[in-house]
Structure formats: structure tokens, C-alpha cells
Design a protein around this ligand. Structure first.
Ligand code: AMP
Ligand code: ZN
Ligand code: FE
Ligand code: FE
Length: 293
């Protein structure tokens, strides 16, 4: 790719399709990326490669690069005070890697087992909501809490998706149900063994008390083999972005970025541009792809 000619084009390396909790199909994401003049796109569904697999039979428009991806929900490393799960992105993985696919099959079971538990808690709280209601919203993809949240909004039990998470579905809230997760060390090893690059997703979103704690988290993960951090993310402030760039330089880490596009399930976030003026520099992509084994 001629990086000088493409200097003003952006990339989006964090998107969700209908295979998890996004509302566009993988081919629709590719088409939208091309229409939006993006230079590179990755689909990073939660704990599944089914969406990425569909792309192997989709022609990629000229001028757009596609990178395989995933976002794995893991437990928190011991000794780091995170509520909820940690998200690890994996880029450039072999989608047919047997070890990775075995673990993803186990995670699918843990997800499938969680949904009835969430529904039961919501029923106890007095909401009329069935597994079938939620399944219909998820279509062929795997069910995530945003589908449950969307169902609650549709039935007017919550004003919007955030409201449903804040009052019922978020970690520690009355309809929260935990599920089996792998450790970050396992996720990092699996991604690397599948030929990919493991990257910490949205580092500023784990509710850590300060940047020192965040740095400690990153250092623990780097010792486990993590190779990069998601520096550019719509919810990262300018200050946090600058701090993350400095940290990546100090620790010699790759930098990535993306919008966390979910289609209609995150209606304020557009592909490539987030809430309007977001842009991930294409130069990051060159370094990332050079590191993929
Ligand atoms: P799951 O993988 O099913 O546990 O759901 C995780 C998804 O829920 C992620 O895509 C997040 O974007 C979304 N999510 C988590 N917490 C919140 C929140 N407080 N408000 C809105 N969405 C959330
Ligand atoms: Zn999601
Ligand atoms: Fe995430
Ligand atoms: Fe995401």
C-alpha cells in the first residue's frame, strides 16, 4: 500500500457484526467500510470467528484491506482490581486454528448457559421477557447482553441500552449472571499460537483508579505475551490517548484503534468516525500487519 497517497484515509480495527452483538452482517460491514473510504477494516466479534469466516467468501473491494480479528472476554488478572471482564483483541489470526476454535466452542456453551439465568432473574424482578424474545433479536448470531438490553428497551422496561445495563444487566446489578471465562494469559497464548497479535482493548474502560494502575495492568499482560494496546478509541479522552501513546512507546508496544462499531445497538457510533471527528491513522496498520506471523 502506498502510505503517502493514503495518508488521510482512516482505518477501523474494532467492529462487531451480526455474528455477535452488531446489527450489520459481515459483508455489510465490508461494503460500508468501502463506501466510507476506509483503508483497512477488521471484524472483532465477541468470542466468535463465525463473522470473520463469512468474509473468506466475500470479495474485498479494491483499496480496502481486511484483517481477521476477535475480541475475547477474559477474567481479570489476579491482583488487578477490575470489575467485570477484560477484553483482548486478536488480529491476523488463522480462523481455522484448532486450539482457538476448541476454546471458542467452550465459551459459546458458557454464553448459551448464561442467557436463561439472566432471563430468570429478570422474570423474578417482574419483567415479562422470554428466551425466545431475546433469541429473535440475536438472529443467527450468539446472544450477548446488548440483545437482552435491546429487548428491555423494546418492551419499555428501560429507556435505552445504557439504562438497561446501569440498572439491571451490568456487573453487580440485579440481573447480572457470571459465566466461565478464560484467563488473559490463556487468551494471549491462544492468539499468538494462532499466528495473531494480542492487543488490550479500550484500556481506559476498566474503571482502574489511575494511570499507574493501568500501567501495572499493561505490564502484567506484556509479561504474558501481549503485543499491543488499543490507543485510539472513541471514549478515550485526548489526555488518556496521549498517555497511552507514551506508554506504548516506552514499552515498545504496537498501537491499534477502532470505533467498537455495533450498528444500531450503539447508534451514536459510526464506522471509522465514531461520534464524528474520530480517526485512526493508517500508519498503525502497516506496523501491525508487519508483526503478524
Ligand atoms: P456480553 O459479551 O454479552 O457480556 O456483553 C458485552 C457487551 O455489552 C459489550 O459489547 C459492551 O459494549 C456492552 N456493554 C457492557 N457494559 C455496558 C454498559 N454499561 N452500557 C452499554 N453497553 C454495555
Ligand atoms: Zn459488543
Ligand atoms: Fe470490549
Ligand atoms: Fe467491542
Amino acid at each position: 500500500m502506498d502510505f503517502r497517497k493514503n495518508r488521510y484515509r482512516g482505518i477501523d480495527l474494532h467492529t462487531h457484526s451480526t455474528a455477535s452483538d452488531g446489527t450489520l452482517t459481515p459483508p455489510e460491514i465490508i461494503a460500508l467500510a468501502a463506501r466510507s473510504n476506509l483503508a483497512a477494516i477488521s471484524i472483532t466479534d465477541h468470542d466468535t470467528l463465525e463473522g470473520v469466516r463469512q468474509i473468506s467468501s466475500t470479495p474485498i473491494p479494491a483499496g480496502l484491506h481486511f484483517l481477521t480479528g476477535i475480541e475475547i472476554s477474559t477474567s481479570a488478572p489476579s491482583a488487578i482490581p477490575i470489575s467485570g471482564s477484560l477484553h483482548l483483541l486478536g488480529y491476523g489470526i488463522d480462523v481455522d486454528d484448532p486450539a482457538l476454535n476448541d476454546v471458542l466452542a467452550q465459551l459459546k456453551v458458557s454464553r448459551d448457559n448464561r442467557t436463561p439465568g439472566i432471563i430468570a432473574k429478570l422474570n423474578t424482578l417482574g419483567f415479562t421477557i422470554t428466551h425466545e424474545d431475546v433469541r429473535l433479536l440475536a438472529g443467527d448470531g450468539q446472544v450477548g447482553r446488548p440483545h437482552v438490553a435491546a429487548c428491555m428497551v423494546k418492551k419499555r422496561y428501560a429507556s435505552d441500552i445504557d439504562d438497561a445495563f446501569n440498572r439491571f444487566l451490568g456487573h453487580g446489578k440485579p440481573a447480572y449472571v457470571d459465566r466461565y471465562r478464560i484467563t488473559p494469559t490463556e487468551a494471549i497464548s491462544l492468539v499468538r499460537a494462532a499466528g495473531g497479535v494480542p492487543v488490550l482493548a479500550h484500556p481506559a474502560l476498566y474503571g482502574l483508579p489511575d494511570f499507574k494502575a493501568l500501567r501495572e495492568l499493561v505490564e502484567v499482560l506484556v509479561k504474558a505475551g501481549m503485543m499491543g494496546i488499543e490507543v485510539y478509541y472513541p471514549e478515550h479522552s485526548a489526555t488518556v490517548t496521549r498517555q497511552l501513546i507514551a506508554l506504548a512507546r516506552q514499552l515498545d508496544l504496537l498501537m491499534t484503534g477502532g470505533t467498537d462499531f455495533h450498528g444500531d445497538l450503539k447508534p451514536n457510533i459510526s464506522l471509522g468516525t465514531g461520534s464524528g471527528d474520530f480517526l485512526v491513522p493508517l500508519t498503525l496498520f502497516e506496523k501491525l500487519t508487519a508483526a503478524i506471523s
